[in-house]
Ligand binder design. Sequence first.
Ligand code: MEV
Length: 327
Amino acid sequence: MSDPGPPIPAASLPLAARAPGKCIVFGEHAVVHGAPELVFAIDLETQVFVRPAETASLNHDPAAAASNPYFARALASAWADGSPLAVQTVSRIPRAAGLGSSAAFVAALTAALGAATGGIDRPTLARRSFEIERGAQGVGSPGDTTAVVGGGYLAINGGDGVPLWTVEDGPRRWEVRRVEDPGWIWVVAHSGIPRSTADAVRAVGTRLARPDGPRLLEEFRRVAEAGVRAVAREDRADTASLLARNQELLREVGVSHPRLEELIRAAAPAAEAAKLTGAGAGGSIVALPVPGQETDLVRRLARAGGLAFVVRPAPEGAGLLAAPGPR
Ligand code: MEV
């Protein structure tokens, strides 16, 4: 294995941890079925503040601690001690927007619990965060949790060289490799339409089970594999045509949405390409701006009704914060 990054060190409660969100460039949905994906951690993050308490609570709400499936599963899997904890969260990642808010919450909380139980290495944090998110959602790939634990650009089941780590789930196996940051600026626009990742993943699974499913999955695989290589060699023209092809495939499996298509059309004059990012069926698009037209692109997307902003890759994955945080 190559260098997965520094472990989360041992620390005692109260403590605070953080994890970035993520933006998928190529391969969402198909990655659930073992095809490649390219994803990067973004410069918006979730912070969690964890302290011992008399009663377990999430953002001061004991009922939320019991009913939030990510919280309940994280505690069950990473807090053998079982003593009650009060957890508070602060997040700048829009929720249900395809930008990894649940993966960031799970990874930050699991990093904090890992630190409080003697420290945790990064591959174990990635695997544990995946198990928690997958358990809470019922379906999914380790792409989101891997991105927010690893930071930077990562290829899942693609790219070259020795993997940083692997994640397994029954017969499925995903290898994680680092991809050099090409230094590009991306623009994201959230449609404001919330959606369920699990529903979208199940609908695509049903679609791919039809007779032409293997052909479609093969094309998803080809596009994402070529996309990882195009980004790695900083080839914007190839990247743009592969982004457009990936969007056609996502449309064909039914996870685009009229609002996403409107945003993609609105982006066109100032973008080399745009596609949905994440589970789709609502959520967000990501666009590769024409260099120098980033502000114009944000303006066009905002005029079309999107919550538009520039995203940059965050080189660092989940980790501890110096300050123990609010009480
Ligand atoms: C969601 O951010 C990405 C999907 O591919 C689901 C997953 O990989 O778990 C749609």
